[in-house]
Write a protein that binds this ligand. Structure first.
Ligand code: ZN
Length: 131
């Protein structure tokens, strides 16, 4: 059984990675949130300067929608990061939630908050496509 849990040392390393990633994600969310708020303020007020500023980036609505999409994605990521941290503290981090095997290290390096191993993840995606 002991083989199926990542070593304390390894968990600590991923905890650090996750905390840094969480901080960056939080900053990104705050940034987008601020732009979004400024954007809506500008829209009701001085439109000309806003449009000028946004001239080469499509319409205001497009940009706003893109930001909301981006914001949602980052929020989702933040949630995943928090889950991953919780799993670190519970010592279940790095274990695939579907098959229970250890998630490949190379996968955790790319997606430190991964919940599934590569095999289960691709099965999941295949299922989604079929639906
Ligand atoms: Zn799996």
């Amino acid at each position: 059984m002991s083989e199926e849990i990542l070593a304390e040392k390894v968990l600590k390393k991923y905890e650090k990675i996750l905390l840094i990633e969480k901080e960056e994600t939080q900053k990104l969310i705050n940034g987008i949130d601020e732009i979004q708020r400024k954007g809506s303020k500008n829209r009701s007020g001085d439109l000309s300067s806003y449009s000028l500023h946004q001239a080469d980036m499509g319409t205001d609505t497009d940009e706003s929608e893109k930001r909301v999409y981006h914001l949602n994605k980052e929020m989702e990521k933040l949630k995943e990061l928090n889950f991953a941290l919780k799993r670190i503290y519970e010592k279940t981090y790095g274990i695939c939630e579907i098959c229970g095997c250890l998630i490949q290290t190379k996968r955790l390096k790319v997606v430190p908050y991964a919940k599934f191993c590569i095999k289960c993840k691709s099965n999941e995606e295949a299922n989604h496509r079929r639906r």
